[in-house]
Design a protein around this ligand. Sequence first.
Ligand code: EPZ
Length: 427
Amino acid sequence: MDRIRINGGRQLKGEIRISGAKNAALPLMVAAMLSDKPLVLKNVPRLADISTMIQLLQQHGVEVSAAPGENGHSRGTTLTLKTAKITSTTAPYDIVRKMRASVLVLGPLLAREGRAKVSLPGGCAIGARPVDLHIAGLKAMGAEIDIDGGYMEARAPKGLKGARFTFPKVSVGATENLMMAASLAKGTTVLDNAAREPEITDLAECLMAMGVPISGVGTETLTIEGVESFREATHSVVPDRIEAGTYAMAVAMMAGDVELLGGRLELIESVAGVLRSAGVTFEPTERGFRVHRTNGALHGVDVMTEPYPGFPTDLQAQMMALMTRAEGASMITETIFESRFMHVPELARMGANVTIHHESALVRGVPKLRGAEVMATDLRASVSLAIAGLAAEGQTTLHRVYHLDRGFERLEEKLAACGADIERLKG
Ligand code: EPZ
C-alpha cells in the first residue's frame, strides 16, 4: 500500500490548480442515468471514487467514455455518459460498501424503471449515516420501499408522482436523490429545507441544461417540474471548495503565499471568515484567489460545522490541524457527524494538545509538532495529518493513502510544486 512521506518545515509558495469537486461530480454522473441522451461532463477530477462510480454506472448499463480535458489532464477529465437502456436495477453491496454515494442511484432507477434494489450502505468511520430521509422522500412520491436482506427494495409500478416534501434535517445526498427522482416524476415536486451546498446548485444547473425546469436554486425550497424526456447536455463540474479550503489551510500552516487557480472564494466565505480571524489573508485574483499569511501569529478561533453556507464538516479535520499550531485555544464543534474526530489521536501522536468533550474538541496551540508515523480512517482526516506533517519537525509518514486518493487529486504533486518536501512511496 502506498504511503506519503513529508519532511516538515517548508513554506508553500506558488500556485495550485483546484480540481473539479468530487462531491459534485458523483451526483452529476448519476444524473446521466435519467436520460437516454448523452451527458458530457467536463472538469471531472481523477479520483478513486470517480472510478468506483464509473464501475457502478457501467453495471447498470451506462456507457462511459473518458478523454483528457481541454488542456490535458491538469484540467480534469471529460466524461461522456449515455444510458440507452438500464440493464440492471440492482446496486450491489460490493460497490455500495466502498462508496456511500452509490445510494444516489436509488431515485433515478426508481424514476426511470419503476423499481430498484440498492444495498444499504451501513455505517462508516465518521458516523452511522442512515438513509431514512432518502427513503421517506421517495415514499412521499409514491414509492413502496421494503428493507430485505440488507437491501432497499423499491417499487413504483405507476411511476413516481410529484409531491411536497419537507426534510426534517438537511441532507445533501437525500436532496440530490429526490431532485433526480423528481426530474422524471409526473408533475411538480417541492422540496423544503433542502440542502443548499454548491454541489446541489451544480446538480440543479446540470438538470436544467438537460431540460428540467427548476426554481429556487441556491435556496432551501426547490421546485422541480418533472419531464418525460431530456436533452443532450454538457456541463462543467464546479471547482472543489473543500480542496480549495484544504490548500488554504495548508498555506496558512507555514505562513506561505499561494494562488489557488480556479478556486472560488465565494463558495468558502464562512471558511475565509474564520481563517481571516485567525490571521490569514485572502484576495480574489483574475484566475482564482490568493491566500497568504506572511506576518504575525496564527490565532486560535472557534468553529462549528453546519450545513452550507456554514463551516463545512469536510474541512473540520484540516481546521483542527491548523489550530494545533495557533496561539491560544480553539473550540471546534462537529454538529453534522457523530464520530468525526478520528484524527485527534493521530494528531496527538504528533504532539497536538486536543481534548474531546462530546461533540466539541478543545485545541490548545503548541509551539511545535513532531513528525510521526500516522494513519487515518477517512479522507478528510488523512489530509489533516498531511497538513500537520507540513509543519512538524522531522519526518511524517502517512499510511493508508487510499483514503486520500478517494478525494484529493495528485495532492503530493500539487504541494511539492509549491515547495513542500513531500513524496509518495509506492507499494
Ligand atoms: C455528503 O454526504 C458528502 N458526500 C460528505 O462528504 C459531506 O460530509 C456531507 O454531505 C455533509 O456535507 C458526498 O457528497 C458524496 P448528508 P451525505 O446526507 O450526503 C444525516 C467527504 O469526505 N442523515 O448531508 O451522506 C447524516 O447521518 C464526504 O467527501 C440522516 O440522518 O451527507 C448526517 O448526520 C464525507 N438520514 C447528516 O444527516 C439520511 O437519510 C448530513 O448527512 C441522510 C442523512
